[in-house]
Design a protein around this ligand. Sequence first.
Ligand code: G4P
Length: 479
Amino acid sequence: MLARTCYVTLPNPMDDEQYKRLRAEVATRRTFAIISHPDAGKTTLTEKLLLYGGALHMAGAVRSRSGGRHTASDWMEIEKQRGISVSSSVLQFDYQGRHMNLLDTPGHNDFSEDTYRTLSAADTAIMLIDCVKGVEPQTIKLFQVCRMRGIPIVTFVNKMDRDGKDPFELLDEIERVLGIPCSPANWPLGSGSSFVGVYDRWRNTTLLFDGGLRSQRVGMHTIELDSPELAEAIGENALAKVRDEVELLGTAGTAFEREKFLSGQVTPVFFGSAMTNCGLDPFLDHFADLAPAPRARITTSGILAADDPAFSGFVFKIQANMDPQHRDRIAFLRICSGKFLRGMNVLHPRTGKTLSLARSVQFMAQERTVVDEAYSGDIVGLWDPGVLRIGDSLCEATPVEFEGIPRFSPEHFVRVRLDDPLKRKQLKKGLDQLSEEGAVQLFFDRRRLERDPILGAVGVLQFEVIEHRLRAEYGVRIG
Ligand code: G4P
């Protein structure tokens, strides 16, 4: 038998060959989220990740919203209208032999509750910083959540094609404001309109950007740091400055140590432009190597290794009516160990019942594909007739409960008044389902005879979303 590295001992449903295959599959999983302040470029970077990962053929193809931007991950009506990303969804693509699960999180502060829960399902985070604005408030909040959870962070300083802050100033700001040492993995060659490439410190290579269409993958070619081509591209003075800076980093910069990165004590920093694609290739190549495979999870009965052969996972998100045509409810499950097989019977510890996971999907914007098998680290969408709740675990045989799925106290309240009293039943159904998604909490004032429900939320924008969804999905107007 192969050695198992878990502290919780679940029954092993696999033979040696199956277990070997499981371990190989789990080792290729990378599950990550992008954290940033709104407008730092998360939508743009997400789209480019999909483009470079071959999941989209042309960036911008899915960005058809008038007067705003839209990625493959933004699919809800209100997101289209408001130009904000409200709900978190999951996008899957393969990159250099890794199976990537990108957890898309809403950037707006009012939806941070959803983001915090989604981060509980991530193993790595990309922290996106706008080089003009530096570290912004929402970035600080999300960074702290990642730090609390011990999630390793890779930093991408975006918009280098604009005249932003000096790279040293940015590193200093990240270190000062967030309290994490920065280790630049690459260094920008030029800035603003003369940002032409990056010097890759880890590979000791200078990469000059080939230019080209923003909607397509564009290459970079290797040159010497003292080549005339580079001097011509950014000017003699800028080149001399780059050489000095690279030398300075070699002697005075924070060294990168993988162990420290994995324990959140250092962040590797990459410079680039998600919009022009300059610097994306080297960033993605390194990111695929940096991002760790699924980590062990803490359960109420001990630590569970990601490659434990018995299947287990937890629900971190529930979304009703993802497909308005089918009026269904999808529970997003992060698999924490073992192998998922469509149709398998699993234990639902909260109710003690056995559930058959017959309808399972993976997502790419509105496109769903049926998933027959998935492994620890993957996210699967489970069709849910109303049984599952956020934080529920599902497992094979022995019950396990996962720790650390956050719950928040609401800070804003509104009383719901129904325009048409005949729609009370629909209102109840809508509010029940939407509150089970965790975006709002439902209360009733016991002291009053009238039983108008009260909604509580962390951010006021959530009320607007609920009002909109009640109208669009349940045909109920509220005042
Ligand atoms: P978000 O999801 O984090 O909110 O940001 P998003 O990608 O929507 O980007 C916000 C704005 O920043 C967009 O401009 C986008 O084009 C721009 N942007 C993103 N990455 C880069 C970059 O690398 N360089 C530059 N210069 N700009 C970048 P917008 O004017 O709001 O929209 P649009 O007119 O481009 O559609």
